[in-house]
Design a protein around this ligand. Structure first.
Ligand code: DMJ
Length: 580
């Protein structure tokens, strides 16, 4: 009787597991007899074949080819039908996938990005549209969101999809501008053209209105530069330059650390009404965009102002590379004892250290040093394990007391992608291990809820016998944020592991089930309920980031936007990597 041989292997969390391995081989005599019989029957077939006339052989060969081709066609159509069937709500998979597949599935290129192909540095990617059922489904979602916005809120910042009303924040047509390169990447020519015409004819920056310096930089300036890069249409660059010139007012503080608010019309800037401080992540998340503006216009003024901010912050004392979330633009000093977090107001400081180093061809060493030190700081002070299942999460050091607070914003789920990007560029292996473990925790923040959607904030237990994490009602909303699917895409491109596609597909199906409404997609009030209340807002980052990352994640060509050639800004707008 054959018996499976069970051996142990170390699983993803470092636990020993029994795994079925090979079956024991049969007795050698029996195998020899079987081989002999097979040899004799082969000889008989060859002798019979040789006795046939040439015509008979040709007929048999043709028949064989026809049958083989039909079998191949039959099986490939079955695979496509399965994919299509998965689009239906009836097939939503609500069970968390076992993360062992992360260990068992072969890693396509040993965690390293494929080497950038030699060639023309000005070469642009060609986007030919969706190529499989999942990508088609995401394109349909984008079209639904775009069409609804067009019908009810065209030219305004956001659509309120339940009431069918428009919402304005900066009055810059955010959804059009932010979503435009997603339409381009998806091959949606019609949507791209109508958006481009709006940018050309309607997007102006002359109104006397305060806008948030960081938000407008990542969403509008970043988008204009990406569209210019992809299309080489000077109109986009002219708009970007006009906007960049106006945003430069933010650097007019005594320290050069930007003010948070800029009046684009009057070209003046100031601190927010409620505080003297700027947000650390905001002042350190404009450098990719201002540098690209300088490179595209051949005018160093933008890059110089933004890079000086990073250099100043490099000089400030930190807690093992970790920064407080507020900084004073008058003094250039951090607010002492402000919260330290990789969530809101801290997140993209860390992201842009690595990405600026990559954008400049790995030539600015202090950026890498600060990034490496910060990630060690994360490991030492913020990365903890929950109880009872020891899931890795990134907590916060609270304002004032610096005591550890075991809560993690959904925003922090950008970190696995950034860690993996660093590892793909030769940073230590433990960065990748941390990325994998943290990504799994982020996955669980979705999987533990009946909606299979994550809340804005998750709290962790560190001494519980039952629940590793819980969601407070006040934190249970979901704004259709991108960070988890963003990290899935980085991990997919870098490892080739298709488990990340499966996770992304689960999230996509949940968005379709709970967030899709007749007039777009809406944020939700409570992911803990299987009939969640809806909040009536479709943020521009849903089109710019969430749908773009899902589309890229489901591509068979995982290098569609090649991370050897592009850095992706904090709003998912790809910008080219330079030599220095
Ligand atoms: C986006 O505007 C950007 O990704 C930003 O850096 C963080 N928050 C939102 C999306 O959640």
């Amino acid at each position: 009787m054959k018996q499976p041989v069970l051996e142990t292997q170390i699983d993803f969390n470092g636990h020993q597991q029994l795994v079925p391995e090979k079956w024991k081989s049969d007795s050698p005599d029996l195998v020899a007899d079987q081989n002999q019989a097979i040899l004799l029957s082969h000889r008989k077939i060859i002798r019979r074949w040789n006795r046939l006339s040439r015509l008979q052989r040709s007929i048999f060969s043709a028949l064989f080819l026809i049958i083989a081709a039909s079998v191949i066609l039959f099986y490939s159509s079955k695979v496509n039908t399965t994919d299509l069937y998965k689009n239906g709500d009836s097939n939503i998979i609500m069970e968390p996938l076992k993360n062992v597949s992360l260990v068992n599935e072969p890693i396509a290129n040993d965690g390293q990005l494929k080497k950038a192909a030699e060639g023309d540095p000005n070469e642009r990617p060609i986007f030919t549209g969706p190529s499989n059922a999942r990508q088609y489904a995401v394109v349909e979602s984008f079209k639904h969101a775009w069409k609804s916005y067009k019908e009810h809120a065209w030219g305004h910042d956001n659509l309120k999809p339940l009431s069918g009303m428009a919402f304005d924040w900066f009055s810059l047509g955010l959804t059009i501008v932010d979503g435009l390169d997603t339409a381009y990447i998806m091959g949606l020519t019609e949507e791209f053209e109508e958006g481009k015409q709006w940018v050309k004819n309607e997007l102006i920056f002359t109104k006397s209105k305060d806008v948030n310096f960081f938000e407008v930089t990542i969403r509008v300036l970043g988008a204009l530069l990406t569209n210019y890069h992809f299309t080489q249409d000077e109109m986009f660059l002219n708009k970007a330059k006009d906007l960049g010139d106006r945003l430069m007012a933010a650097f007019s503080s005594p320290s050069g650390i930007p003010y948070s608010d800029v009046n684009l019309g009057t070209k003046t800037a100031h601190a927010p009404e409620w505080s003297h401080y700027s947000t650390t992540a905001e002042v350190t998340t404009v450098q990719l965009e201002f540098r690209e503006l300088s490179r595209a216009t051949n005018d160093p003024v933008y890059e110089d102002a933004a890079a000086a901010v990073s250099e100043k912050i490099h000089q400030l004392p930190k807690k093992h590379g970790l920064v407080p979330i507020f900084i004073n633009p008058n003094t250039g000093q951090f607010l002492p004892h402000a919260t330290i977090t990789l969530g809101a107001r801290g997140d993209s400081y860390y992201e842009y250290l690595l990405k600026q180093w990559l954008q400049t061809g790995k030539t600015i060493n202090y950026l890498l040093d600060d990034y490496m030190t910060a990630i060690e700081g994360v490991r030492e002070f913020l990365a903890m394990r929950s109880s009872p299942n020891k899931h890795l999460f990134i907590g916060e050091l609270s304002a004032g007391s610096e005591s550890f607070n075991p809560k993690m914003d959904h925003l922090t789920c950008f970190l696995p992608g950034t860690l993996a990007l660093g590892h793909a560029n030769d940073l230590p292996d433990w960065h990748m291990t941390m990325a994998e473990e943290l990504l799994y925790t982020c996955y669980l923040t979705y999987a533990v809820h009946p909606t299979f959607l994550a809340p804005e904030i998750t709290h962790f237990n560190m001494a519980s016998a039952t629940n590793d994490m819980y969601t407070k009602t006040a934190d249970a909303h979901n704004l259709l944020r991108p960070e988890f699917v963003e990290s899935l895409w980085y991990m997919y491109q870098i490892t080739g592991n298709t488990t990340y596609q499966e996770w992304g597909w689960q999230i996509f199906q949940s968005l379709e089930k709970y967030a899709k409404v007749p007039n777009g997609y809406t944020s939700l009030a409570n992911v803990k309920s299987d009939k969640p209340l809806q909040r009536d807002m479709m943020e521009s980052f849903f089109l710019s980031e969430t749908l773009k990352y899902l589309y890229l994640l489901f591509s068979e060509d995982r290098f569609m936007i090649d991370l050897n050639k592009y850095v992706i800004n904090s709003e998912a707008h790809p910008l080219p990597i330079h030599k220095n």
